[in-house]
Design a protein around this ligand. Structure first.
Ligand code: UDX
Length: 434
């Protein structure tokens, strides 16, 4: 299959590289000339484990190329994926579809022969209808079908998620397009990944419902964590105790500082807006968003409380800044609100992240340290914000020896109280009585 990926961001790049690895012929298109030039020189615009090697091997096999020139690529394609960004629109939280619609128009002008146009970007219900209308209006002679095929990959595990998905969702009504999509995903189908064929609008909603449910699940356990602290229970045991129930499932029950990233905050908000517009509010998700927003600042206040309520002039060190490990993504990271809360209270904040420092520099004005032990120097407290592997086996004695007071706030429950306390620290975890 000849595949074109319009948009070489996270989803486009990972999907493009993986499709090429399946043996398809893939062209990734992006308007940003410097991004395409970098990719043509083997430089990845994002940090994603394994992506550089996957891109390199498929480029040298001649199955993957990058260009700014959409026209010729689309003219030769069997399938064109739209994988451009759908950020939250300023002011109202609706998904901003201007990039999707602009891509549809450009694709329409270039289409030759029967072409399947697939929205992979996360788009609100009904977007596929609008894409179809735009293409038909721009090029009335075009022979095409519009399909929805949402992507469920997680940053940091994106390649594995793409190659071993729990399911592939395809919203399609046209029989020819269904045949093409079956061909595109044949390698996964042979691996017995379930292909869920449904209507286009249903497929669009599945993506939002999945992300909203997961965000709600995390928020649920975070509230239970708060309750655990009050009643003297242990949230990790609660997670295990409920997660072993097959109806609940063990995943996404890790209590922490609140969810962040490029998807959950944006998609929950967009779902709420769509639901309100259709007079069918999703109140559980509205509440989830409010709880999660409050939680991020509450984590900063928790650090202040751990230092007795006064942090003015004190140095506080943050271990990890990204919204989760194995990414350099800082979007909606809890670290942003935590830093702000600490700075508002007069603390001097220092931070270190294995991959997120460059992005963090654009978003926060703190001291950036060169490693975990430098973060700890003269600190009154250390806060583990992101559970990078690098922070899982720290030399606690070495950390403590340079700190002015041995306070350790573990917002990811990476450590166990007895081992940290044995080194003379005061230890605060999430969802466990102090
Ligand atoms: C998410 C979805 O998982 C993915 O299917 C979708 O395509 C995009 O959005 P991603 O944002 O990359 O992926 O990260 P994910 O691993 O889902 O984590 C999201 C946030 O939830 C992170 O801030 C993470 O720290 C937090 N989280 C996750 C928890 O706090 N507890 C958990 O148990 C799981």
């Amino acid at each position: 299959m000849r595949i074109v990926m319009v948009g070489s961001g996270y989803v486009g790049l990972v999907s493009g590289a993986c499709f090429a690895d399946f043996g398809h012929d893939v062209v990734c298109v992006d308007k940003a000339a410097e991004k395409i030039e970098a990719l043509n020189n083997g430089i990845m615009p994002i940090y994603e484990p394994g992506l550089d090697a996957l891109v390199a091997s498929n480029r040298s096999a001649g199955r993957l190329s990058f260009t700014t020139d959409l026209g010729p690529a689309v003219a030769a394609a069997d399938v064109v994926f739209i994988a451009v960004g759908t950020p939250s629109r300023r002011g109202d939280g609706h998904a901003d579809l201007s990039y999707v619609y602009a891509a549809a128009e450009e694709i329409a002008r270039a289409i030759k022969g029967f072409t399947v146009v697939v929205t992979k970007s996360t788009v609100p219900v009904g977007t596929g209808d609008e894409v179809e209308r735009i293409i038909r209006e721009t090029n009335p002679d075009a022979d095409f079908a519009v399909v929805s095929n949402p992507e469920f990959l997680r940053e940091g595990a994106a390649i594995d998620d793409f190659k071993r998905p729990d399911r592939i969702v395809v919203g399609v009504t046209d029989d020819r397009a269904r045949g093409v999509m079956t061909e595109v995903y044949r390698p996964l189908y042979l691996n017995q990944s379930p292909l869920v064929f449904t209507g286009r609008r249903t497929s669009e909603l599945i993506k939002y419902a999945a992300n909203a449910f997961l965000a709600m699940k995390i928020t649920f356990i975070n509230e239970i964590a708060d309750l655990c602290e009050r009643v003297g229970a242990d949230v990790q045991d609660v997670s295990r105790g409920i997660g072993l129930d097959g109806r609940i499932g063990a995943k996404f029950l890790h209590a922490g500082p609140g969810y962040g990233g490029s998807c959950f905050p944006k998609d929950t908000l967009a779902l709420v807006k769509t639901a309100q517009d259709h007079d069918s509010p999703v109140r559980l998700i509205e509440t989830t968003i409010a709880i999660n927003d409050n939680r991020k600042r509450a984590m900063g206040r928790r650090v202040i409380a751990a230092l007795g309520g006064d942090v003015r002039g004190k140095k506080i060190g943050l271990l990890g800044l990204t919204f989760k490990p194995n990414t350099d993504d800082m979007r909606d990271s809890p670290a942003i609100a935590i830093v702000q809360t600490l700075k508002d209270a007069g603390a001097v904040v220092s931070g270190y992240d294995p991959e997120g420092m460059d992005n963090a520099r654009q978003m926060m004005d703190i001291d950036f340290a060169s490693g975990p032990y430098q973060v700890a120097e003269r600190a009154a407290a250390l806060v583990l914000v992101t559970e990078w592997n690098e922070f899982r086996a720290l030399d606690l004695s070495r950390l403590k020896s340079t700190m002015v007071s041995p306070v350790f706030v573990d917002l990811r429950n990476v450590y166990r109280a007895p081992e940290v306390e044995a080194h003379g620290f005061t230890y605060h975890a999430v969802g466990k009585a102090d």
